[in-house]
Design a protein around this ligand. Structure first.
Ligand code: 8YV
Length: 299
């Protein structure tokens, strides 16, 4: 959460940074009306249950997999997120990861910085233009990725339902992977999409294919990915999200066929300001008893 958002919250009430701590809750639980939290942090069920006067969980992020929406709704708690304002940044990062991985930016940068250039050139990288791209999940972010990728090569997608777009559709992620050189994960995390990218999908992607994940670590079976990278059953992976952040499996860290970023897809000055503004709009509407701008409908 940015210092600006924290300051804006302080102007509206008393802000307490809280981990679910039994002593603190015993003394203060009744006073808490609003939780403000990050997309990958969420609010545990036990915390929601311990706060009898909670009315709003405002997520500073689009992903809401770390909040049980149905449980919150049953307790009369509304949950909001920040859709739309971060779409461009996440899509831009996905393109950066595709190009960075295939053209091997991490090794190229290290080559220049280490002085190794004076001893010779790097091995050749791989061409981006002309690759076949597969997008897993053609929602708001997946569509923005598709728009950008169409400048580079053919794009197809998979998902629960066919969308009204002129792109090849695959019902099954493995079928999409088999038809792709670059598989990009943009599906929202949920019980249904947990480990959607499993050993079977990676097998279908094959030794020439690469995986890019800008969604959530839980959508990929990370053990299967680690095995596929270690055994060279896929050509590489570019990842902004991981199963147990900030912990990253050593095989992925040590590999020269991975490119890793620390969950930065929405981390720009402009987008974090827009996300904060939307969080505050939701809080202000809640406090004023007005309709909230971006509530998440209960399932
Ligand atoms: C943020 C995110 O890093 O939007 C999401 O779901 O995971 C990211 O944009 C996070 O929510 C920041 O708090």
């Amino acid at each position: 959460m940015s210092a600006d958002l924290e300051a804006a919250l302080d102007a509206r009430g008393e802000r307490v940074r809280v981990e679910p701590d039994a002593d603190w809750l015993a003394a203060n639980a009744d006073d808490v009306r609003i939780i403000v939290t990050g997309g990958q942090t969420g609010a545990p069920r036990e915390l929601v249950e311990a706060l009898p006067n909670l009315g709003l969980i405002a997520i500073n992020g689009v992903g809401f997999d770390k909040v049980d929406i149905a449980h919150a709704a049953a307790r009369g708690v509304t949950v909001t997120n920040t859709p739309g304002v971060l779409t461009d940044d996440v899509a831009d990062l996905a393109i950066g990861l595709v190009i960075g991985l295939l053209r091997d930016f991490p090794r190229a940068d290290a080559h220049v910085r280490s002085g190794a250039w004076t001893n010779g050139d790097l091995p050749l990288a791989r061409k981006v233009t002309g690759r076949r791209f597969g997008i897993v999940g053609l929602g708001r972010i997946g569509s923005a990725i598709a728009d950008r990728l169409e400048a580079f090569g053919p794009v197809a997608y998979s998902g629960r339902t066919r969308k009204p777009v002129d792109l090849p559709f695959h019902l099954d992620a493995a079928s999409l992977a088999a038809a792709s050189d670059v598989l990009i994960v943009a599906a929202a995390a949920s019980a249904e999409t947990r480990h959607l990218i499993d050993a079977r999908v990676l097998e279908a992607l094959g030794p020439g294919g690469v995986l890019v994940n800008v969604a959530r670590g839980s959508v990929v079976d990370e053990d299967a990915l680690v095995a596929a990278i270690a055994e060279r059953r896929i050509a590489g992976a570019a990842l902004d999200v991981f199963a147990d952040e900030p912990n990253v499996p050593p095989v992925l860290v040590d590999s020269d066929r991975t490119m890793l970023t620390p969950h930065i897809a929405s981390a720009t000055v402009e987008t974090r300001a827009a996300m904060a503004a939307l969080v505050l709009d939701n809080i202000d509407a809640f406090l004023a008893g007005r309709p909230l701008p971006t509530p998440i409908p209960p399932p």
